[in-house]
Design a protein around this ligand. Structure first.
Ligand code: ASP
Ligand code: MG
Length: 603
């Protein structure tokens, strides 16, 4: 006998027949002796319809009234499902978010959950009833008892938060796809269903998986150790399990507004190898990292950004003990990478005394200020940032080894991380062989790239830039500050590049161009025709050759890599937009993720 939370999405409850089918499944699970809380979405496209109605009445609908309107969708479903259950002899009761006591912040249309009262739920469960709860909605803890909603797609979040609060045995998310696939099946019909994925991988794949499972729900599952499975409501197939580390007994108070950063990590055992002025053409990264992989050298960070002219700098970090081998490989290959059109040839630069300092946490998704706060904190402590690489849930900075201790101390304080929660990554144990190096491949075609030339290389510059973006509420996806440093007017300067949502591209450029004059930065360059393709897998840790394989797949298709950024479990490349889909297909098949069976998307 278990306590189970089940969640059914809009399509799964889209008609009377579908609601009856859901009732049968719920009844079967309850009859087997389990206690059940069932969370439902609004029927079919109801919420979209309500949004449309509101837009018909007002160009800028009041957010409080929007919540009042949108929360009605789920209320229809809970009543109908309870009736359908009672009809087949299953005791059931429906409850709104307010009736349960799903208490949220007073932020209309995007409230985060503060805590969930479990008394009323438990009372009904103990009487043998299935409790059917309206997803997506809550009640603000203010005197007015305002109805709030959690943001579009928020029913997943309701379900996982309920599972955490009730300490349910597991949470099942029922949807109209069989689970989580290795990539987008509309672009790659050979995409395969995964049996399981870790919550960290799932978060890094947010741009791929967000439609199937809301990232906020994954974050809660990860923080509270909720066992989570995504399954089809049409079949009895097992679906995809999202696995999380053992829960650390985190408090259920302020459930969703816990700290955005839950760890500060550092690694002083790193050295940096940079190849300067390699040609900007397809195949260069593939050759370099192919050779490195053949020599069994495991690289950690890889950073390549864009530069004037037709050359790039590629920098990577390795563990200090293998630096000599890495340097030898880079030096041997440098002459072959000579840039024909330029007099100067690729040069190898090595730096032994560096450290990597990272902040990690799912809470930084969609919060523009987190990276900026990291940079500002380092700046205030006088720590210069040599390179930056980001992923969905991590920001890593390369700094001088001598400044590492100071950096860690100030970051722990700034992000309220206890001493025992931050740790040196001495050496990350390679995962068991069963974990594939690459779990999934994602393509993001909705980004634009911005670069700011010649930003002075001194503490505080990244802080200034990203602080400004945060102030304007512009969400940044990927940040890359690469190796190249040039003297201009006697001041060493670097370029900083980052990506934003494409719709924000123009306005961000205009805003920054004004700021550039004021702060003495160089030109601001915008490219809206880019695509970002990423591989994610916990199994790539400690496995040489994964990056090489990705770059090789792109080279074979003559696809030029414009920028590279990595985290421990993710490698992202920026390529030209028109080559995005081809890049995705090439990489997906290079890692053997395309099985023989085609996956058909249900209509
Ligand atoms: N009905 C809401 C929406 O469409 C919430 C959900 O389905 O998750 O956004
Ligand atoms: Mg959904």
């Amino acid at each position: 006998m278990a306590l189970i939370v089940q969640k059914y999405g809009g399509t799964s409850v889209g008609s009377v027949e579908r609601i009856q089918a859901v009732a049968q499944r719920v009844h079967k699970t309850a009859k087997a002796g389990n206690s059940l809380v069932v969370v439902v979405s609004a029927m079919g496209k109801t919420t979209d319809g309500l949004v449309k109605l509101a837009n018909g009445v007002s160009q800028n609908p009041n957010r409080r009234e929007m919540d009042m309107l949108l929360s009605t969708g789920e209320q229809v479903t809970i009543a109908l499902l309870s009736m359908a259950l009672q009809e087949i002899g299953q005791p059931a009761i429906s409850m709104t978010g307010a009736q349960v006591g799903i208490v949220t912040e007073a932020e209309h249309t995007r409230a985060r959950i503060l805590h969930i009262e479990t008394d009323r739920l438990t009372r009904h469960l103990n009487l043998g009833k299935v409790v059917v709860v309206a997803g997506f909605q809550g009640i603000a803890s203010t005197e007015e008892l305002e109805i709030t909603t959690l943001g579009r797609g928020g029913s997943d979040t309701s379900a996982v938060a309920l599972a955490a609060a009730l300490q349910a045995n597991f949470c099942e998310i029922y949807t109209d796809v069989p689970g989580i696939l290795t990539t987008d099946p509309r672009l790659v019909p050979e995409a395969q269903l995964m049996d399981e994925i870790t919550s960290d991988e799932m978060l890094e794949l947010a741009s791929l998986g967000a439609k199937v499972l809301h990232p906020r729900a994954v974050e809660i599952a990860r923080n509270y150790g909720v066992s989570l499975v995504v399954r089809s409501s049409w079949t009895d197939d097992p679906g995809t399990w999202v696995t999380s580390p053992q829960p650390q007994g985190r408090s259920l108070v302020n459930l969703e507004i816990a700290r955005p950063v839950d760890g500060v990590e550092f690694d002083t055992n790193q050295a940096k190898v940079a190849l300067l002025r390699v040609p900007d053409k397809p195949g260069v990264a593939a050759r370099l990292f192919g050779e490195i992989a053949r020599q069994k050298v495991d690289v950690d960070l890889i950073i390549q950004s864009i530069h004037e002219g037709n050359s790039n700098d590629i920098a990577f970090t390795v563990n200090t003990p293998i630096l000599n081998r890495a340097e030898a490989v880079a030096a041997a290959i440098a002459p072959a990478l000579r840039n024909q059109s330029q007099a100067d040839e690729a040069e190898v630069m090595v730096e032994k005394n560096i450290a990597k300092v990272s902040i990690a946490g799912a809470g930084m998704i969609g919060r523009p200020g987190v990276a900026a706060q990291m940079f500002a904190t380092l700046a205030a402590a006088g720590v210069n940032i040599q390179m930056i690489s980001t992923s969905e849930v991590k920001v890593s900075c390369v700094v001088a080894a001598s400044e590492c201790d100071r950096a860690v101390v100030v970051l722990r304080t700034a992000f309220e991380i206890e001493d025992h929660e931050a740790g040196e990554v001495i050496s990350i144990a390679p995962p068991p062989h069963t974990i594939p190096p690459v779990r999934g491949v994602a393509l993001d075609m909705n980004q634009a790239r911005l670069a700011i030339r010649q930003v002075a290389d001194r503490p505080g510059m990244a802080a200034q830039l990203f602080g400004l973006l945060a102030k304007h509420n512009i969400s940044i996806d990927m940040i890359i500050q690469s190796q190249r440093c040039r003297m201009v007017d006697g001041v060493p300067r670097r370029d900083i590049a980052f990506t934003v949502a494409r719709i924000d591209g123009e306005s961000t450029k205009n805003m920054l161009s004004q700021a550039a004059a004021e702060f003495g930065w160089g030109e601001v360059v915008l490219d809206s025709a880019i695509a970002k393709v990423s591989i994610v897998g916990a199994g790539m840790v400690g496995q040489p050759g994964v990056a090489a394989k990705m770059f090789e797949a792109l080279a074979q298709h003559q696809i030029n890599i414009q920028m590279i950024a990595t985290s421990e479990i993710k490698i992202s490349c920026v390529v030209a937009q028109e080559q995005g889909v081809e890049a995705l297909q090439a990489i997906h098949s290079a890692f053997g993720l395309a099985g023989s069976e085609k996956f058909i998307v249900p209509a």
